[in-house]
Design a protein around this ligand. Structure first.
Ligand SMILES: Cc1cc2nc3c(=O)[nH]c(=O)nc-3n(C[C@H](O)[C@H](O)[C@H](O)COP(=O)(O)OP(=O)(O)OC[C@H]3O[C@@H](n4cnc5c(N)ncnc54)[C@H](O)[C@@H]3O)c2cc1C
Length: 474
C-alpha cells in the first residue's frame, strides 16, 4: 500500500463514479490515487446492480422450470436452494471484482484501502497517511435510507443489503417502496415462492416511469400474485411471533415474516470533512454545477453523492466527464433525460427521455404511438405482454402524424421511449441512440430491424409515428 504522497488526482470512493473517473484520468496520463474503505466496485458490484441481477436471473430460471409445461416441456420444479443461488451470485461478483482490480492495477492507479477524510481542499487523510492532489474527486456514494422511527434490525426489518445476503426465501414479505429496488425484490421473491405486498405512498408503482408502463406492470404483478397497496403511507411497525405487522395510513395492517425497507438511498457525506472545507451540501447531497464542480475549485463530486439519478451508468458518465475536464478536454453537461433507465423485474420496464406527464408539465405538444407486444412475433413466442410507447414532438402546424403515404410534415424529434415486457431492457440501448442523436420517427422508420426479434417493436412504433404503420392498426 502506498504511504501518502502527491498525485494529480485523488479520488475518494472506489464505486462506479470513483473508479470510472480514476480509469479515464489514468488513460489521460494523470497520476491517480483511488481511496476505498471496502471493495472497489462499490454498491453496484457488491450490493446493487450485479448481485440483484444474478438473483433475477435465478428467478427467471425458476419461472421457466415451473412454467415449462406451457411450452410443451415436462419438468418438475422442486424448489429454491438459496445457498446455491448465493454461491452462483457470489461467483459472478467475484469474477467481475477480480477483473476490475486487474484493470485498475493495469492503469497504474494506486489503490489505497482505508477510510478517507477530506482534511483540506487538496488532501485526504487515511489513517496517518496524507494523500494530496492538485484535484480531489469525491465519490463516496450512498447507503440505504429508512424513515423516521423505522429502525433497521437486519433480521426482520431489512434493507437491500441484508436482502441480498438472505440464505432463505422468506415465506412472506412487505416491501416498503414501489421504486426500482422494491419492484425488483418483489419480482425475485415472488418467483422464489414468497407472498409479497408492495406498499407505495404514490398512486403508481415506479413513480418516475410513464403512467402507461406502470399500469401494465401493476396488472402483470397482480396476475403473478404480487399485491400492491398504492397511495398508502407507512405508519408503524411492531414485532409479532412470526415476524412483523405493518400499519398503513389506510387503516390496513399487513403481517409478514420480513419488512424490506426500500424507500431510497441517502448520500454518504456526513463526518467526512466536506463542509469544513467549503463543500456545500443540500440534504446531504454535494452541490455541483452541470460539470460536477463543487463550490471549491479544487474539488469535484460524482455519482450517488450528488443529486442526479442514482444509477451506475450515471456515475460512470460523471466520472469520465470529470476526468476529461481535468485532463483539459472539452466536455459538455450530461442531458439526464437522455440516460436510459431499466427496472429488471418480470416484466421489465425500460425508458429514455420524458414521459407523457413531463411533456404536459413542460408544455410541449407531442404525438404518441403505443405499439402492443401482441403484434410482435418474438414477444408472442416468449408469451410476454406489454408495449413500446414512443413520444415525439407534434408535427409543426399540425396535430398527429403525417399521412399514410409518409409524406408531408411528420413528427419532430423523438422525446421519449417507454417499453414494458419480458427482456425489453436490452432494447433501450437503441432507444437511447434515437433520443440522444435527436432522431425523428422518419429517420428510424427508414432503418431495418431484424425479424423475428423484439427490436422490431422499436421499428414498428416509429413506422407508425412516421405515418406508415406495418403490423399495426390503431
Ligand atoms: C439493490 C440495488 C440495485 C441496483 N441496481 C442498479 C442497476 O441495475 N443499474 C444501475 O445503473 N444502478 C443500480 N443501482 C445503483 C448503483 O449501485 C449506484 O448508482 C452506484 O453504485 C453509485 O456509484 P457511486 O460510485 O456513486 O457510489 P457507490 O457505488 O456507493 O461507491 C461509493 C464507494 O465509496 C466508498 N466510501 C464511502 N466513504 C468512504 C470513505 N470515507 N473512505 C473510503 N471509501 C469510502 C464505499 O465503500 C463505496 O465503495 C442499484 C443499487 C442498489 C442498492
Amino acid at each position: 500500500m502506498a504511504e501518502g504522497g502527491h498525485y494529480d488526482i485523488v479520488v475518494l470512493g472506489g464505486g462506479s463514479g470513483g473508479y470510472a473517473c480514476a480509469l479515464r484520468a489514468a488513460e489521460l496520463g494523470k497520476r491517480v490515487a483511488l481511496i476505498e474503505r471496502d471493495k472497489v466496485g462499490g454498491t453496484c458490484l457488491h450490493r446493487g446492480c450485479i448481485p440483484t441481477k444474478a438473483l433475477l436471473h435465478a428467478a427467471e430460471v425458476a419461472d421457466s422450470a415451473r412454467e415449462s409445461a406451457k411450452f410443451g416441456i415436462r419438468t418438475s420444479f422442486e424448489g429454491v436452494d438459496m445457498p446455491g443461488v448465493l454461491t452462483y451470485q457470489q461467483s459472478v461478483v467475484d469474477r467481475l471484482w477480480k477483473g476490475l482490480q486487474s484493470t485498475i492495477a493495469s492503469r497504474k492507479i494506486d489503490t489505497i484501502l482505508g477510510d478517507g477524510r477530506l482534511v483540506s481542499p487538496t488532501s485526504v487523510q487515511v489513517g496517518d497517511a496524507l494523500y494530496t492532489g492538485d484535484h480531489i474527486v469525491l465519490a463516496t456514494g450512498s447507503v440505504p435510507r429508512s424513515l423516521p422511527g423505522l429502525e433497521i434490525d437486519g433480521a426482520r426489518i431489512i434493507t437491500s443489503d441484508e436482502a441480498l445476503r438472505m440464505d432463505r426465501v422468506p415465506g412472506s414479505a412487505v416491501i416498503l417502496g414501489g421504486g426500482v429496488i422494491g419492484v425488483e425484490f418483489a419480482s425475485v421473491w415472488r418467483s422464489f415462492g414468497a407472498e409479497v405486498t408492495i406498499v407505495e405512498m404514490l398512486p403508481q408503482l415506479l413513480p418516475l416511469e410513464d403512467e402507461a408502463s406502470a399500469k401494465v406492470l401493476q396488472r402483470a404483478f397482480r396476475r403473478r400474485g404480487i399485491a400492491a397497496e398504492l397511495g398508502t403511507a407507512f405508519e408503524s411497525v411492531r414485532y409479532t411471533a412470526g415476524g412483523v405487522a405493518v400499519s398503513l395510513s389506510s387503516g390496513k395492517t399487513l403481517e409478514a415474516e420480513v419488512l424490506l425497507v426500500a424507500v431510497g438511498r441517502g448520500p454518504v457525506s456526513a463526518g467526512l470533512g466536506y463542509e469544513e472545507n467549503g463543500v456545500t451540501l443540500t440534504r446531504g447531497f454535494v452541490d455541483v454545477d452541470g460539470l460536477c464542480r463543487t463550490a471549491v475549485p479544487t474539488i469535484s463530486a460524482v455519482g450517488d453523492l450528488i443529486a442526479t439519478p442514482q444509477l451506475a451508468h450515471v456515475g460512470f458518465a460523471e466520472g469520465i466527464m470529470v476526468a476529461e475536464r481535468l485532463g483539459g478536454l472539452d466536455v459538455r453537461p450530461i442531458d439526464y433525460d437522455g440516460v436510459p433507465r431499466i427496472t429488471y423485474s418480470d416484466p421489465e420496464v425500460a425508458s429514455v427521455g420524458i414521459t407523457s406527464a413531463q411533456a404536459a408539465e413542460r408544455g410541449i405538444a407531442v404525438t404518441e404511438v403505443t405499439y402492443p407486444l401482441g403484434g410482435n412475433g418474438k414477444s408472442v413466442i416468449l408469451q410476454t405482454q406489454g408495449h413500446a410507447k414512443v413520444i415525439a414532438e407534434a408535427p409543426s402546424g399540425a396535430s398527429g402524424a403525417s399521412g399514410p403515404d409518409g409524406q408531408g410534415a411528420g413528427p419532430g424529434r423523438v422525446l421519449g421511449i417507454h417499453l414494458i415486457g419480458s427482456r425489453v431492457g436490452e432494447l433501450i440501448a437503441e432507444g437511447q441512440l434515437i433520443y440522444n442523436w435527436d432522431a425523428e420517427p422518419a429517420d428510424v422508420a427508414a432503418l431495418i430491424h431484424p425479424h423475428p426479434t423484439q427490436s422490431e417493436i422499436i421499428g414498428e412504433a416509429h413506422l407508425a409515428l412516421a405515418g406508415k404503420p406495418l403490423h399495426f392498426h390503431a
